[in-house]
Design a protein around this ligand. Structure first.
Ligand code: ACM
Ligand code: ZN
Length: 546
């Protein structure tokens, strides 16, 4: 990774600290400890200079409320709830700074997400951020320190993220999570200093976002009649209950605002031209054959895609994106692009006529034509597109950002040709993959396959094979949780924790620690938080099981 002399110096100070002194994940840029100590009262008074910072303090206090209410979620077999003994002080937000234990301030000369956190016997805790965002990440560090005991060491932490894009994707299509569950999950990503929620909202197996112009997308497209049980390639049994759910536009706005208050941007994903069967079931004219189609009941890839020959398909996609852009203020809109078989376009006279008319040599170029039209449409609305690495195949514009999922190679190729990249390689950050080699013997619940232990996540080098100039195209790293086999939020937690800790450090920290030190820090900093919140985190790595 690229380093500056200063960060090498800071890293030397930090790594020289014995484990047990200061435990924070992700590893901050620098920690300097002094001799004094500060007693933490059982109720801490926080003052933010200005309304925005006081609102931030109140939001922080909300995230510190104990998370788990017994009976809230189904706990999948084999996953035990952890009932914690860890406690946190109550937080009171003050209107004046007098007698504050923690002071929050913005110093605009600092970088936007940068913060300093100082703890002194004289002034208590002072967090200064380059913006509200920086202060927010400083508060996440404070949460970890508060959970480690009621006496804090005098210290100064200086910290800022390495990557501007630090993401997590949640698939709410294969299985659906309620608004409250999604909000709880947003808190969870904030605790890891992640700043982007990539929300997978449309799929073969369910369309999950209300679109007012096309009500059948949710009336028909949000419900599948039945669902395959067990491993889909070998299973012959079905859950015969209809399964569905969707987010109304009001709920979407509520979630976007909830995330924004936690300094998290929500990027919606509207899949095209594949993973579209729920849309085709709702409006069969969107497909090449005209159907009939049914919302897909098994996992895997469908050959049915949007017809890219008909103008009506483009009108539909643009109408949907109009409503999506109204709901999501994000710079990026994710337009999918992955796993779109070309069979239906090959057999479709309208697609073939479109290819002739536009001088397109093959179906890959037809997909690229669709991408470029949609990109131009979104660019005209002031948005940028991001898509899965398949979009490289038929050619992309310079301005499209590539999400590299089939390993890092698509991202490496994209960065070398000058496109921006978010690295989400399945080989390191697909959190629907198994976490141990032993799988069943270790009590892992059924998963889609793969093998990504915590150590693998932690070993990811986002800059592998890239020159310094090419490295500048790597905007960040993201983990993806696909939910074919993940029916409950407990199970989501089990797949993501503690692998989110590795993601967090890969995204944030300038320097990588030894894996052993990292695990020890996670145990002391994040695990108490997981227990306090009642998250069902995976224990394998803490027991040396890979
Ligand atoms: C993907 O996993 N199909 C992006
Ligand atoms: Zn067609």
């Amino acid at each position: 990774m690229k380093r500056t002399l200063l960060t090498i110096f800071f890293a030397a100070i930090v790594s020289a600290l014995p484990i047990g002194a200061v435990n924070i994940v992700p590893q901050p840029s620098s920690v300097t400890e002094y001799d004094g100590t500060v007693k933490v009262p059982s109720r801490i008074r926080v003052y933010g200079s200005g309304e925005e910072l006081n609102a931030l303090a109140a939001t922080w206090a909300q995230t510190l409320e104990k998370g788990y209410k017994p009976g809230e979620y189904d706990t999948p077999a084999g996953l035990k709830r952890i009932v914690s003994s860890a406690t946190l002080p109550k937080v009171k937000v003050l209107k004046r700074s007098r007698r504050a234990f923690a002071l929050l301030a913005v110093e605009p000369s600092m970088a936007e997400e940068e913060y300093t956190l100082s703890i002194t016997p004289k002034n208590g805790v002072v967090i200064t951020g380059g913006s509200v965002k920086g202060v927010w990440w400083g508060l996440q560090t404070l949460t970890q320190l508060l959970l480690q005991g009621r006496t804090m060491q005098e210290m100064t932490i200086q910290d800022k993220p390495h990557f501007a894009y630090r993401g997590a994707m949640l698939d709410c299509c294969r299985h659906f999570y309620s608004v409250e569950e999604v909000k709880g999950w947003i808190d969870m990503i904030a605790f890891h200093k992640l700043n982007t929620f990539h929300w997978h909202l449309t799929e073969d197996q369910g369309w999950r976002i209300e679109i007012k112009k096309y009500p059948l997308l949710t009336e028909i497209g949000s419900v599948r009649k039945k669902t395959i049980e067990g491993y889909y390639k070998t299973s012959t049994t079905w859950d015969e209950n209809p399964y569905g759910g969707y987010y109304t536009q009001e709920e979407v706005k509520d979630i976007v605002a909830y995330a924004a208050a936690r300094q998290i941007t929500v990027i919606p994903e509207i899949e095209m031209p594949g993973h579209a069967v729920a849309a085709l079931a709702s409006y069969p004219w969107l497909g090449c054959t005209g159907g009939p189609y049914e919302v897909r009941q098994i996992w895997g890839i469908s050959k049915e895609t949007f017809c890219l020959g008909k103008e009506s398909t483009y009108e539909f996609l643009q109408d949907v994106l109009d409503e999506v852009c109204e709901l999501f203020p994000s710079e990026y809109i994710h337009i999918g692009g992955d796993e779109a078989p070309r069979d239906s376009w090959m057999a479709c006279p309208i697609c073939q006529a479109k290819m002739k008319e536009e001088g397109l040599a093959n179906e890959a170029e037809l997909q690229s034509y669709q991408l470029k039209r949609i990109e131009a449409y979104l660019n005209a609305k002031g948005r940028k597109v991001i898509g899965w690495d398949e979009i490289l195949e038929g050619g992309v514009t310079e301005s499209a950002t590539i999400m590299s999922w089939r390993g890092p190679k698509g991202g490496i190729a994209a960065a070398k040709q000058g496109n921006d990249v978010v690295m989400t390689p399945n080989s390191y950050f697909y959190l629907d993959y198994y976490q141990t080699k032993g799988r069943a013997e270790n009590g892992e619940p059924l998963a889609i396959g793969g093998y990504v232990p915590l150590s693998k996540c932690y070993a990811f080098d986002p800059y592998d094979q890239l020159t310094e100039e090419e490295q500048a195209h790597i905007k960040g790293v993201q983990a993806n949780t696909w939910c074919e086999y993940i029916k409950t939020m407990d199970h989501v937690q089990h797949m993501e924790l503690p692998r989110f800790a590795a993601l967090s450090e890969v995204c944030w920290s300038e320097e990588r620690d030894s894996y052993e030190n990292f695990v020890a820090r996670v145990e002391k900093s994040l695990v108490p938080l997981y227990e306090y919140k009642g998250y069902v985190y995976a224990n394998y790595a803490f027991n040396g099981i890979e």
